[in-house]
Design a protein around this ligand. Structure first.
Ligand code: ME8
Length: 518
């Protein structure tokens, strides 16, 4: 049976419409999910919305809505965004669903039975924007008398009866866990921050609120609702059904292989979440990877579209594959990055349209014209042929290693450097001249080029699914022959197979009136 692989995005607050940061996280996680599926894994890919808490309640009030109305409207927009971005998620969880309430109450009871929950009163600082409690030492008093937390958001003083989780008890077990599992947090920078945060000492955590009721009731004491992060983190477990039925259809996906999140929520995922699970005596996720933040370089992107920070408008303006390619290629995954109109156009025109698109067009139109539209019959391979074929054959091993470290940009870098090498090979072999001087050799060069394109196209599928699929179509690759098991050095295009007429795969982005950068 295929090995399982369970990966998740963070679940977004549907207090507003989805933005480019949400789109970025979904696209990157989707690329990893597609990669693992093509590599033969049984994948479960989860995304969703985080609907409870004071932030949702306050936003709803401000708009004259109930929190449920606000959640319903925006959660639907997040679901549409996933479709628009080509998201291949297998489920979409909403924390307001009944299945989630049951799992949250079950995990709470397990933590309580372990003796890790007690009632006391909380007094301290709280940031509604971050939905986070902060110690006084983490806040800063500003000149105007207001106070902000470590991420720059305002904090307010709260005092109320609350249940606490004995987080302090887990300081040593967590440090030991990080040491025994050096890959639990990536990238390394984030891991170092977490380790030093935990070493500096953990205070018990307030995990319930009494001043509002938009949340999941604490079992046995319904005056309290759970702190939204206890509820939110548990979504990953809910979707597998593991707590309800350890032998259920999806239960085998727990523990998760990978939680993809933004760097601002690393502490919740790599400190609180494993501590809750340790307390509840449940298996811990294998890895948390925190990506960076995306910023618009401040330029106005498109007059015709208006605010292109809207993911739907970005897809409309650039096309989905250009957007996916740019985000995954331009920004090293794990670091902060900028996006801009010029950045998207330049990157995709130069690498997709020029490097890959032109090579495919030039080589396959020669095949159509001079080889009766059939995969050409190669002769013996020269050292040059072997070199470029070897480079293409070597891509899978590189890509696998990078995928397991979430170094998505490095996978694309490796693929594009083989494409550049193939361009140099093609230009150096001059098949157009060979047509007259050595027809057999021309066929070999066209064969080798087509075979390299086939490997590149198969590996490109997770990142630019539609264009990669179009390229595989014109290479005559059957839908069943597009998995990564077709990337070995024994899998080759079959000479003589009929090819459909070539058509342009990666057209250049042409500026239209109003699309200019400024
Ligand atoms: O944090 N660039 O929800 P959220 C890149 N509900 N990533 C960004 C970003 C940006 N500009 N802005 C936000 C929450 N993100 C919680 C998560 S998980 C159990 C609960 C990322 O809607 C952010 O880091 O504020 C997070 O991973 C995701 O988008 C959702 O953010």
């Amino acid at each position: 049976m295929a090995e399982r692989y369970y990966l998740t995005t963070a679940i977004s607050y549907p207090n507003g419409k989805p933005h480019i940061g949400h789109a970025y996280e979904l696209i990157a996680t989707d690329a990893l999910a597609r990669f693992k599926r093509l590599d033969g894994y049984d994948v479960f890919f989860l995304t969703g919305t985080d609907e409870h808490g004071i932030k949702m309640l306050q936003n709803a009030r401000a708009q004259g809505l109930t929190p449920r109305e606000l959640a319903d409207a925006n959660s639907a927009a997040f679901q549409r965004m996933s479709v628009a971005l080509g998201g291949s998620n297998d489920d979409f969880i909403r924390t307001s669903e009944a299945r989630h309430k049951a799992t949250c109450q079950a995990i709470w009871k397990r933590m309580e039975e372990a003796g890790d929950i007690y009632k006391d009163s909380y007094s301290g600082w709280y940031s509604v924007r971050d939905e986070a409690y902060y110690g006084a030492d983490e806040t800063v008093l500003k000149e105007d008398g207001s106070r902000i937390g470590p991420q720059g958001s305002p904090v307010e003083w709260i005092e109320e009866e609350s249940y606490f989780f004995r987080l302090s008890k887990f300081q040593e077990p967590l440090l030991k866990f990080y040491e025994d599992n050096p890959d639990f947090i990536g990238p390394n920078e984030r891991r170092n921050e977490v380790v030093s945060f935990v070493k500096s000492g953990l205070r018990d955590l307030s995990i319930s609120r009494t001043t509002f009721d938009w949340g999941i009731p604490v079992p046995g004491d319904e005056r309290h609702v759970m702190y939204v992060w206890v509820d939110a983190l548990t979504n990953y477990l809910t979707a597998t059904g593991y707590l309800e039925d350890p032998n259920g259809e999806r239960s085998g996906f727990w523990p998760a292989d990978l939680h993809v999140i933004g760097k601002d929520i690393t502490r919740f995922h790599s400190v609180y979440w494993p501590a809750f699970l340790m307390s509840a005596k449940l298996p811990l996720p294998k890895r948390v990877f925190a990506h960076g933040f995306l910023f618009n370089r401040g330029e106005k992107m498109s007059k015709s579209v208006g605010n292109v920070i809207d993911p739907f408008a970005l897809v409309e303006t650039y096309g989905l594959d250009r957007l996916r390619y740019f985000l995954l290629r331009e920004v090293p995954f794990g670091q902060d990055g900028n996006y801009s109109h010029d950045g998207i156009v330049n990157r995709t025109n130069s690498e997709l349209a020029n490097d890959l698109g032109n090579l495919a067009q030039r080589s396959l139109s020669m095949v159509a014209k001079h080889c009766e539209g059939k995969v050409p019959q190669p002769g013996a391979f020269t050292a040059n042929d072997e070199e470029i074929l070897g480079a293409a054959d070597g891509l899978l091993a590189i890509a696998r290693t990078c995928a397991d470290r979430q170094e998505i940009h490095k996978i694309l870098d490796a693929i594009i450097s083989v494409v550049s090498q193939a361009n140099r090979y093609f230009a150096g072999e001059e098949p157009w001249a060979l047509r007259k001087s050595d027809f057999d050799r021309m066929q070999t060069v066209l064969y080798v080029t087509a075979e390299v394109l086939r490997k590149v196209a198969i590996l490109f599928q997770p990142f630019v699914p539609e264009s990669a699929s179009n390229l595989l179509d014109i290479l005559g690759v059957h839908a069943n022959d597009r998995g990564f098991d077709e990337l070995t050095n024994t899998a080759r295009l079959a000479p003589g197979a009929a090819l459909p007429a070539p058509r342009p795969i990666f057209p250049r982005f042409v500026e239209e009136e109003g699309d200019s950068a400024n």
